[in-house]
Design a protein around this ligand. Structure first.
Ligand SMILES: [Zn+2]
Length: 83
């Protein structure tokens, strides 16, 4: 009975595939955390030259504007007098 033998092999393959898939499905998915690195909330934009830089490297003025350097903060204040 060649046909029955073939069916039994197919069932065996299917069973092995299901076991294999079940094992893989139980793996903890920890790779989802480092998904969005493109829009880092710690990046700020210099108001003068519009360059993006890490907030810890930036300089803020009294009104909460961010600048890449003290020079740009000064330039911005000179070109944009107090509102
Ligand atoms: Zn700048």
């Amino acid at each position: 009975m060649g046909f029955i033998g073939l069916v039994r092999i197919l069932i065996l393959i299917l069973a092995l595939w299901l076991i294999y898939r079940f094992i893989f499905h139980r793996k903890p998915k920890q790779l989802q955390h480092d998904a969005s690195k493109t829009n880092d909330p710690t990046m700020v934009k210099c108001q003068q030259c519009e360059m993006h830089l890490p907030r810890e490297d930036a300089i803020a003025d009294a009104t909460g504007r961010w600048f890449c350097s003290a020079d740009h903060r000064l330039e911005y204040e000179q070109t944009n007098p107090e509102e």
